[in-house]
Ligand binder design. Structure first.
Ligand SMILES: NC(=O)c1ccc[n+]([C@@H]2O[C@H](COP(=O)([O-])OP(=O)(O)OC[C@H]3O[C@@H](n4cnc5c(N)ncnc54)[C@H](OP(=O)(O)O)[C@@H]3O)[C@@H](O)[C@H]2O)c1
Length: 243
């Protein structure tokens, strides 16, 4: 079976995605900047699924290492899933450019850096599937998180262009736009239960969408309609709202 590369493998969503692919028999490259803490997860998954798993050190912000990281993979993954992200602190990012830059570089620049390399390989071989986990926050800027939102907007636009570029080369690109998800990223937020997904639900949606060659996935599905409404609120009203 072929390998799936999961970037940001320590993420709560990524771990559930890993389980989905392991259950389907795929081997896994789990890339994280702290692989020691994935050892137990790796062992449990290996015992349960009888697949091969390799843990790999990877930092999205270490742009210069990305080429050699990908070159070192043998065999190459046929599916690459970029889950890593950084919410950051909006208030801090408004006055501290280092925080703003970390948000932008994690959610946009770093993902572009590694996915450019993956995309060129898949284009050359005319095979492969790329999944990028963006966010509904990228669909419209809001005062509460527009630095994070704009980095995800950039990532969504990047994935859209990449999909367009790779269409003729038999390479699929899936953009994932989660709404609220119960993970460590949102553990301090008071989330509305009805609109909030579990990482397990999101992972199931991602697996199904990737395997069926879907282009854009909103998860939960209701977010497609919520964002359609939000995007259509006229700017003169939207700028007075607190959502
Ligand atoms: N939770 C939500 O409500 C929600 C909603 C919309 C979109 N999303 C997106 O879903 C994705 C997964 O997030 P999550 O909710 O599962 O949160 P999470 O558990 O906090 O996962 C984020 C992961 O990104 C990794 N990461 C951060 N900076 C990195 C870097 N420089 N290099 C490599 N990895 C890095 C983190 O690694 P460490 O574990 O080492 O810190 C962490 O494992 C993110 O892209 C997020 O923006 C989440």
């Amino acid at each position: 079976m072929s390998y799936v590369l999961i970037i940001g493998a320590k993420s709560d969503i990524a771990k559930e995605v890993a389980k989905e692919y392991a259950n389907a028999g795929y081997d896994l490259y789990l890339a994280s900047r702290e692989i020691e803490s994935l050892a137990k997860f790796e062992n449990d998954l290996k015992v349960r699924s009888q697949i091969d798993i390799k843990l790999l050190e990877f930092d999205l912000l270490d742009f210069d290492s990305h080429e050699s990281f990908y070159n070192s993979l043998n065999p190459k993954p046929t599916i690459t899933i970029c889950v890593a992200g950084y919410l950051g602190e909006q208030k801090k990012a408004q006055t501290d450019f280092n925080e703003a830059k970390k948000i932008i570089d994690t959610n946009y620049t770093g993902c572009v850096s590694i996915l450019n390399i993956v995309a060129n390989d898949y284009e050359k071989n005319r095979v492969g599937s790329i999944v990028g986990v963006s966010s509904v926050a990228g669909d419209r800027g809001r005062k509460s998180n527009y630095i994070y939102g704009s980095s995800k907007a950039g990532f969504s636009a990047y994935l859209s262009g990449l999909r367009n570029r790779l269409h003729d080369f038999n390479v699929k690109v899936l953009t994932v736009k989660p709404g609220f998800v119960y993970t460590k990223m949102t553990e301090n937020l008071d989330l509305p239960q009805k609109l909030t997904a579990t990482p397990e639900d999101v992972a199931k949606d991602i697996f199904k969408a990737e395997q069926s060659g879907k282009d854009v996935l909103y998860t939960k599905w209701i977010w497609r309609f919520i964002m359609l409404i939000i995007k259509h609120i006229p700017e003169w009203i939207f700028k007075k709202m607190s959502i």
